[in-house]
Design a protein around this ligand. Structure first.
Ligand code: SAM
Length: 243
């Protein structure tokens, strides 16, 4: 934009996101399991089940971090397929690459350091794009959604797995207490880092709710968009197609 103050806010957010993920990379997987009590595995499995990905497909796991979704897709697409794990943060990419190699997942996976706002891939390239717990961290989400739309093949689908708005009031209260009081304490205890988990709680509260995100996807060009509330809307999976 033309306004200096907005650029400052932009840089601040990007800088904050970078330092959070450099700092949590090594402990990221264990923290995921502890904080979600293992439930993130179920959310990810649901995402794979909604993906329609088949052998031979090309998949982009955007903001893929330590590669949980990539690992599952790699097994599905097989030798003739390709999975690209793209993330802006090289600490997260390194942890992901080491983990997947240890699991013997090699051959059909590529690692690319990239910003979701400016994807370095050709038009109409991927059969499926997933962004799992990543969109929340992106500064210009509309720009990122347009970029995803561009690199998706006609007929391809985008899946956005992200924290969302709990649909039941008591759940919403309990969840707020959990994320603002318990999460940072657990972050301190396990990773020695309360601040990053404070950021996490704040970024979850700021993120657009189910209907808003659906509208943003439609604005970027996606069609037949719908969402599935998971765990009472604590998380939602949004799906949209490019035609
Ligand atoms: N998808 C993985 C998962 O579900 O376990 C990792 C999610 S992690 C919470 C969020 C990831 O988004 C981090 O690895 C971070 O580096 C990445 N990220 C943040 N901003 C990004 C951007 N603008 N472009 C690409 N990746 C970004």
């Amino acid at each position: 934009t033309h306004f200096g103050f907005r650029d400052v806010a932009r840089d601040e957010k990007a800088g904050m996101v970078a330092s959070v993920f450099h700092s949590v990379a090594a402990k990221y997987d264990i923290m995921n399991d502890v904080m979600s009590m293992g439930v993130h595995r179920i959310w990810k499995r649901f995402t794979i089940d909604c993906s329609g990905v088949r052998p031979g497909h090309k998949v982009l796991d955007l903001a893929g971090g330590t590669g949980d979704l990539t690992a599952r897709f790699s097994r599905i697409v097989g030798d003739k397929g390709q999975v690209v794990l793209a993330d802006i943060n090289n600490s997260m990419l390194n942890v992901g690459r080491d983990k997947l190699r240890d699991l013997g997942i090699v051959g059909n996976v590529n690692y690319v350091q990239a910003n979701a706002e400016e994807l370095p891939f050709p038009d109409d390239y991927f059969d499926c794009i997933t962004i799992g717990f990543g969109l929340r961290n992106v500064t210009d989400k509309d720009k990122a959604l347009r970029s995803m739309y561009r690199v998706l093949k006609p007929g391809g689908r985008l899946l956005v797995l992200e924290f969302s708005k709990p649909v039941i009031e008591p759940l919403s209260k309990a969840y707020d207490a959990y994320s603002f009081h318990i999460l940072p304490k657990m972050g301190q205890l396990i990773a020695g880092d309360a601040e990053s988990y404070q950021y996490l709680a704040e970024s979850i509260r700021m993120h657009p709710d189910q209907e808003t995100l659906k509208g943003m996807m439609e604005n970027a060009g996606f069609e037949q968009t719908k969402y599935f509330n998971l765990t009472g809307g604590i998380v939602a999976l949004h799906r949209g197609y490019k035609f």
